[in-house]
Design a protein around this ligand. Structure first.
Ligand SMILES: *Cc1c(COP(=O)(O)O)cnc(C)c1O
Length: 362
């Protein structure tokens, strides 16, 4: 089966150019390209209203958002319990803030941090928990939040994959003390580079707002901050994409349903909690073992299809970590999971071809 074009795991969504250019006209007229300009403010308001997230803050990217979240909650030392199954930015933000990551392994069904392992990961130095709504699947938020409350810990959710997802009708971006989502070009809604932070407490939100603009407001200096602002050209792209969020979600949902139909239970699939509305951010499949994964990927690559081994390797095995903390479930899943191509303009016939190749090479 030959495909007419190369197909990567994702292809960045681009809004109609005229719509983007209308927002470009706005910053050509204002000459304000950054410093919390009108487009950035409009994007925050529209995202807040569309997603049901109160007063979200845009930042330059989600990695900066995680760093600011740690700062805003005074997490500048001590241990932070986190998941080994994520993108490296989850871990590196902890290390960058000079905190010590302690890994709690994941559940084999949802691939999110297993709350039953929190007790074992707890120590007198534990300050916070940083779980990930991986692939947009909700963490066990009730158990995690209850454990945190019982031990005086903060909770920061890495919600980089969770924009548009809901748990019991409520945006996944509104759980924990602070929640950080990503608007990177590879994510389902993007500003090329960008992040979105939500904080439950008004005081934390105000602190985050100051920290993203070097800790000052005109001539009033409050504390050392960094430059984590979202620029107007980035916000322009986000505003143009946001108009199409419903279409983006609907197209992804259809493609996922097609994958489900064609692959059935020939491959493993993570199981999100039943009471959530998914955002179809990724289509991860879990193979029997690494040999099967490699065989399928090789066949797909030979036909110009490039799924991505995601997440691999398990973060607890990274070479620069000083001590090796075993996480058998994450390490096992990481060796045999891959995300299949998923983006709004992927064609139904391309999904057919991809699934045929997978079935022939299992
Ligand atoms: C993409 C991603 C990030 C980082 O987002 P950026 O906006 O690229 O900094 C953090 N965590 C996870 C799980 C991600 O997938």
């Amino acid at each position: 089966m030959r495909l007419k074009r190369k197909i990567y795991v994702t292809s960045t969504y681009l809004p109609p150019k005229e719509e983007f250019l209308r927002y470009v006209d706005a910053f050509y007229a204002s000459r304000q390209l950054t410093n919390l300009g009108p487009l950035q403010t409009e994007l925050e308001e529209k995202l807040g209203a569309r997603l049901g997230v109160e007063e979200p803050l845009c930042v330059g990217n989600a990695t900066l958002g995680l760093m600011l979240a740690l700062r805003a909650l005074d997490l500048t030392e001590g241990e932070i319990i986190t998941t080994p199954f994520s993108y490296v930015a989850t871990l590196s933000s902890i290390l960058w803030e000079r905190c010590t990551p302690v890994f709690a392994d994941i559940r084999a069904d949802s691939l999110t941090l297993d709350p039953a392992l929190l007790q074992k990961a707890l120590s007198p130095r534990t300050r916070a928990i940083l779980p990930v709504h991986v692939f947009g699947y909700a963490c066990a938020v009730d158990e995690i939040d209850a454990f945190a409350a019982g031990h005086g810990l903060k909770v920061i959710y890495d919600a980089a994959h969770a924009l548009g997802a809901k748990l019991r009708g409520r945006s996944l971006l509104t759980y924990g003390d602070v929640s950080v989502s990503s608007m990177h070009a590879t994510k389902l809604l993007h500003t090329a580079e960008g992040g979105l932070i939500w904080a439950g407490a008004a005081a934390t939100r105000r602190r985050l707002e100051l920290l993203r603009r070097c800790g000052h407001n005109y001539d009033e200096y409050y504390e050392p901050g960094i430059n984590a602002k979202l620029s107007e050209p980035h916000a322009a792209l986000g505003l143009a994409c946001l108009r199409h969020l419903d279409e983006i979600l609907a197209a992804r949902k259809n493609l996922c349903a097609q994958y489900d139909r064609l692959l059935g239970n020939l491959v493993g699939r993570p199981a999100p909690p039943p009471d959530m509305e998914h955002n179809y951010a990724y289509y991860p499949v879990i193979f029997r073992d690494e040999t099967q994964l490699k065989r399928v990927c090789k066949a797909l690559n030979a036909s110009g299809v490039y799924p991505r081994r995601y997440f691999f390797p398990s973060l607890n095995t990274l070479p620069y970590l000083p001590v090796r903390q075993p996480c058998p479930t994450s390490e096992d899943v990481a060796t045999r999971i891959a995300c299949l191509p998923l983006f709004p303009d992927l064609l139904a016939e391309e999904v057919d071809a991809i699934c045929a190749l997978i079935r022939e090479n299992l």
